[in-house]
Write a protein that binds this ligand. Structure first.
Ligand code: MG
Ligand code: NI
Length: 476
């Protein structure tokens, strides 16, 4: 029999444009599955010549999905390059906006993007495996999920003046203080947001117990783990040191994010526009690592808020205290971070400095370059700007969250295809959906990763060993 290759197009319920190719061998079994990211718009080049202070408004245009993360990372790079550390109240307000983004992004992912697979089943009718199906199956929870997301968006809206592309953080601070009335508005939604997320955690734990077999054979593999931490290896999302731990949970490095180029490099493959970052000392692919919720929880010893910390302790027991390697536990980790973000909103709002008008440092001590790093919902986001004496951008390097996870996503796609597709003649929609779900678990933002604008679908194709297209699968 002729060897074959399957390509999935579009990969649904992810943000961006990519293609999966499943190459079959002559025996009709999966030889290897590849994730290709094929879009490139060159946003780094596009920024050259712009003024540094414009960057927090330009870079959110990279992506309609993660504009707040780019906005904040860009402002932090601006603080650094202009030598203008923000006053404490401004940092609290930026962090508050960031928590709003985490809640709305993680909340949407669990309920709307991952939820249909988990709550309705990987093999359920694809016509109903979406929010419409969820609404029919559990209207109460679906409505609460929408309210959770809205609460996150409301925080962004109150601070940034708009729901999508905010105008709030500027080098040296922020351009608007928080009023007492605005603080009360946000606090009014706190209890419901927390209750919905705790309910989601129960659902996820129940699902995991009932689907142990899937959890344990669906994309389980060792990597390093990477993310920001505060002292005590406390999970951190807005500002801290970068910590890198090994596949066995040992600390490999802890460093000032400004020095990231000393520790990580990017590998290039000719079949993807998305580069593959890795830890230099271990080389490629020995030095690959995961970021985002699973990466951060494996990389942290504690969380700063009580309910999230209690959930982290349970998470650590999933693999007897060793790093949790299961791709599907990205969902568990994402919900635990959502609890932290919600609890942290309250901590920030109860800080006496949060209503202060001391929100901008206008002193300047410019340097030739500056770095801003933040933990975006999907993982570590790095903005690095080089500036001339007129404060114009000379060069930009962006390393986005999804990029760090490129190797892990590719590995998960290959592993899940080999586990679930028995042979080329017995490919079901449910199998292909699992291959997509392997990507989806990482919540990739492919618009960001390729620095492209807009959202496009993915493709799944089957090709034989001579690279002849045998079948292409697309869905609406
Ligand atoms: Mg780059
Ligand atoms: Ni994005």
């Amino acid at each position: 029999m002729v060897a074959q290759k399957i390509t999935i197009e579009p990969v649904t319920r992810i943000e961006g444009h990519a293609k999966v190719t499943v190459r079959m061998n002559a025996a009709g079994k999966v030889d290897h599955a590849y994730l290709h990211v094929n879009e490139f718009r060159g946003f780094e080049k596009f920024c050259e010549g712009r003024m540094v202070f414009e960057m927090p408004l330009i870079t959110p245009r990279i992506c309609g999905i993660c504009p707040v993360s780019h906005h904040l990372a860009s402002a932090k790079a601006g603080d650094d390059v202009l030598g203008a550390p923000p006053p404490r109240p401004a940092n609290l307000l930026r962090e508050l906006m960031h928590m709003g983004q985490i809640v709305q992004s993680h909340g949407m992912h669990f309920f709307e993007l991952a939820g249909p697979d988990l709550l309705l089943g990987f093999d359920s009718d694809p016509a109903l495996r979406n929010v419409v199906g969820l609404l029919q199956a559990n209207p109460d929870l679906t409505v609460k999920a929408v309210q959770l997301r809205k609460w996150g968006q409301e925080i962004i809206h109150i601070l940034g003046g708009r729901r999508v592309h905010p105008n709030f953080a500027i080098p040296g601070g922020v351009n608007k203080a928080l009023t007492k009335a605005e603080r009360e508005t946000i606090l009014a939604g706190y209890d419901d947001a927390l209750a919905t997320t705790m309910a989601a955690i129960k659902i996820m734990q129940g699902w995991a117990e009932a689907n142990m077999e899937d959890i344990n054979k669906f994309g389980v593999f060792p990597t390093g783990y990477f993310g920001l931490v505060k002292p005590g290896n406390t999970l951190e999302l807005y500002d801290g040191e970068i910590r890198l731990t090994s596949s066995t949970g040992k600390e490999l490095e802890k460093f000032d994010p400004r020095n990231y180029l000393d520790y990580i490099a990017e590998h290039v493959e000719n079949w993807s526009y998305l580069k593959f970052p890795y830890y230099k000392k271990l080389g490629y692919p020995g030095g690959v690592y995961r970021v985002g919720p699973l990466g951060r929880l494996n990389n942290s010893d504690r969380m700063a808020t009580p309910l999230a910390d209690a959930e982290l302790k349970k998470f650590k027991q999933l693999n007897g205290g060793k790093p949790v390697e299961n791709t599907l536990h990205y969902h568990t980790a994402r919900l635990i971070e959502t609890v932290y973000a919600i609890e942290n909103v309250k901590v920030l709002l109860e800080d006496p400095d949060i209503l202060s008008n001391d929100i901008l440092n206008t002193c300047r001590d410019p340097k030739p370059y500056g770095v801003g790093v933040i933990e975006a919902p999907r993982g570590t986001l790095i903005h690095h700007y080089w500036m001339n004496e007129n404060q114009q951008i000379e060069k930009v390097n962006l390393i986005v969250s999804t990029g760090h996870n490129n190797w892990a996503m590719s590995e998960a796609v290959d592993s899940v295809a080999k586990t679930y597709i028995p042979d080329a003649n017995h490919v079901t929609e449910g199998m292909l959906n699992r291959v997509e779900a392997a990507i989806r678990a990482h919540d990739p933002c492919l618009s960001c990763s390729t620095h492209a604008v807009g959202q496009m679908p993915i493709v799944l194709e089957i090709r034989d060993s001579a690279d002849q297209l045998v079948n292409t699968i697309t869905r609406d």
